[in-house]
Design a protein around this ligand. Structure first.
Ligand SMILES: CC(C)(COP(=O)(O)OP(=O)(O)OC[C@H]1O[C@@H](n2cnc3c(N)ncnc32)[C@H](O)[C@@H]1OP(=O)(O)O)[C@@H](O)C(=O)NCCC(=O)NCCS
Length: 133
């Protein structure tokens, strides 16, 4: 399997929603709101995508200043392609594009809670969300 990673490919809203819907993250993102998805991808500062030929199989979407902190907003891998190292590689590819020492911060979906320690992330109890700003 030859998976290719890009940081400069425009991902259509339909493709992105299609991928999210194929995974449990589809329950936690506004997949019924293409207008919001459009803004999510247009305004993200760093989006790494993983491709098997012309099939989109993974996304890491971050909001970042590239020097101090990157907020990894979404990490998603097509269910047919999970557990083959694509998620790990998407995080590595994100890290490669950040300045030395730049942190990656995220909120884990409950189903991925056991995943992030495997990639070296430490849990932090001081996260806060204002749901309706
Ligand atoms: C979580 C997710 C991104 C992982 O991607 P992946 O490509 O399957 O993961 P990888 O193959 O890179 O796995 C790396 C390691 O974590 C392990 N792992 C994978 N998924 C795991 C999970 N859900 N829980 C615990 N460990 C997991 C793998 O076995 C592997 O272990 P190893 O290094 O000992 O071999 C993917 O399962 C997914 O898209 N899930 C649905 C969406 C989601 O929950 N995203 C996270 C939102 S915060």
């Amino acid at each position: 399997m030859n998976i290719v990673y890009h940081d400069d490919v425009k991902i259509s809203v339909e493709m992105a929603i299609g991928l999210y819907r194929k995974t449990s993250l589809g329950e936690r993102r506004p997949v019924g709101r293409p207008d919001i998805f459009e803004g999510m991808f247009k305004n993200a500062s760093l989006t790494i995508s993983a491709w098997d030929g012309n099939r989109l199989v993974g996304i890491a979407r971050s909001l970042t200043d590239f020097v101090y902190v990157a907020y990894l907003a979404d990490l998603v891998v097509d269910e047919d392609y999970q557990r083959r190292g694509i998620g790990r590689r998407l995080v590595q590819e994100t890290g490669k594009r950040l300045g030395r020492g730049c942190m990656i911060v995220l909120f884990s979906a409950p189903k991925a809670h056991e995943y992030y320690p495997k990639l070296g992330f430490e849990s932090n109890p001081f996260g806060w969300v204002l749901r309706d700003s």
